[in-house]
Ligand binder design. Structure first.
Ligand SMILES: Cc1cc2nc3c(=O)[nH]c(=O)nc-3n(C[C@H](O)[C@H](O)[C@H](O)COP(=O)(O)OP(=O)(O)OC[C@H]3O[C@@H](n4cnc5c(N)ncnc54)[C@H](O)[C@@H]3O)c2cc1C
Length: 405
């Protein structure tokens, strides 16, 4: 049984100085890093753990995503890990004793051409075989699920049908991060903010510690959970990752009446839209095509995204964009994550989630914690090992992840 650690009244977590050594260092204090630390402590009683975050907790992609949660991926390996995640989401508010505004309002993926229809139907069948809830909607069904989508047949991109996952939905990303942080802290994990990892020490083929902006810290296990910066940090230990970092933008409108009851995604028109609990319409696009580590994107991408949104939802013409932003996402060649060990003993990875890792936050933390604790890949993580890029056993989820999320 892990003992709860006291903290100052009124604080969600402590603000500790880094110690000279830990059993496990998690590099990156986004949602995945915090979940990893929490499950190390909770599931495996490993509490000498530090999460090192160069800025403030969960200010990276975790704060910038559009919060779509679903598990309707095509391949068995993906369905298994994303469905595990969705099941964890379903119990997470109770487990973390926090209001995460988790809302299973359903996720609809629109089909606009014959290719979309075939891909969508194939995915519905594959999902059902994997025990994932999936329904094929005809255009009239789409209108019933979401009355504000324009399903008239004379559009440039008519709605020919859609996949529908009723258990999909959204949650409040900040609340999720803070709930994991609070729970990990209470179990004894040190959450160290303003602590940038600048080097990884390796001796005799295994990690011995990290160098940071706040001095060296020793550890026999280091997990790189740094999303868009993962390849830079892995490079510090001489490990090359097949990842490209791209800006990914999103935006919100002013507050409007409750008009949008679900989540709508469209690969072809290339936009995805939901309505947050407070009323703003939350929209995202595809990645900006160039590589970058700057957390900003180009205006023309936003402009195209707006045009796409209006194509589907003419009623949005009177809403105003009030804020746009970008995160830096880590895109892998097969649009699937990289989880597990590296050629350097004691160095672990959780990266490559690209545009769709928010939904995986609970499962990513769960399987990485298990992999570190047991020193062998968690069965759900095994297919996502780095070696697949040399064996060729890719898990190509471009179809399910093309518009991201
Ligand atoms: C605009 C946008 C929309 C998205 N929409 C969705 C969506 O709807 N659904 C979905 O499932 N996913 C979505 N995603 C993807 C999702 O946000 C990411 O896949 C996921 O958040 C990545 O995991 P993370 O939260 O741990 O990453 P991050 O929050 O980025 O955490 C990584 C952390 O590492 C830190 N770090 C980097 N370098 C160092 C260093 N040297 N030392 C210490 N710390 C370091 C960073 O500061 C950062 O806090 C979206 C992403 C973006 C940008």
């Amino acid at each position: 049984m892990v003992q709860a650690v006291p903290r100052e009244p009124g604080r969600l977590w402590r603000n500790p100085e880094p110690k000279p050594a830990y059993d496990v260092i998690v590099v990156g204090g986004g949602g995945h890093g915090l979940a990893t630390a929490y499950y190390l402590a909770k599931n495996h009683a490993i509490t000498k753990v530090a999460v090192l975050e160069r800025a403030w907790l969960a200010g990276g992609n975790m704060a910038r995503n559009t919060t779509i949660i679903r598990s309707n991926y095509l391949w068995d390996e993906s369905a298994a890990i994303y469905e595990h995640s969705l099941k964890l989401w379903e119990g997470l508010q109770a487990e973390l004793d926090a209001d995460l505004q988790f809302s299973q309002r359903g996720v609809v993926n629109l089909a606009h051409n014959l290719g979309d229809v075939r891909e969508g139907m194939r995915r519905v069948h594959a999902n059902r075989l994997n025990g994932v809830d999936a329904i094929w909607l005809e255009p009239e069904d789409v209108r019933r699920v979401c009355p504000i989508v324009d399903v008239s047949p004379d559009k440039r991109y008519p709605v020919l049908g859609a996949t529908y996952q009723p258990r999909g939905g959204i949650a409040n990303h900040d609340s999720v991060a803070w709930a994991y942080a609070r729970a990990a802290d209470a179990l004894g994990v040190d959450l160290v903010q303003g602590c940038e990892v600048t080097g990884i020490d390796v001796g005799a083929g295994r990690v011995t510690g990290v160098r940071t902006s706040r001095g060296p810290i020793a550890a026999g296990n280091i997990a790189i959970v740094a999303a868009g910066h993962a390849s830079l940090i892995a490079g510090m230990a001489g490990v090359r990752l097949p990842l490209q970092s791209h800006p990914l933008q999103a935006l919100v409108s002013d507050l409007v009446e409750e008009v949008h009851p679900c989540v709508i995604m469209s690969n072809t028109v290339h936009v995805y839209v939901s309505q947050a609990a407070k009323g703003s319409l939350v929209m995202g696009a595809g990645i900006d095509a160039y590589n970058s580590y700057a957390q900003r994107g180009s205006f023309h991408v936003i402009e195209r995204q707006m045009a796409a949104a209006l194509e589907l939802f003419p009623v949005f013409a009177r809403a105003h964009v009030i804020r746009t932003w970008a995160g830096i996402v880590d895109v892998s060649p097969d649009a699937s994550p990289i989880i597990g060990r590296t050629p350097v003993e004691g160095l672990y990875l959780n990266c490559g989630w690209g545009t769709g890792g928010f939904k995986a936050t609970p499962a990513a933390g769960w399987v990485l914690a298990s992999t570190i604790a047991k020193r062998e890949p968690d069965p759900l993580a095994l297919p996502f090992a780095l070696e697949r890029f040399t064996t060729g056993a890719l898990i190509d989820e471009h179809g399910a992840a093309a518009v991201a999320h």
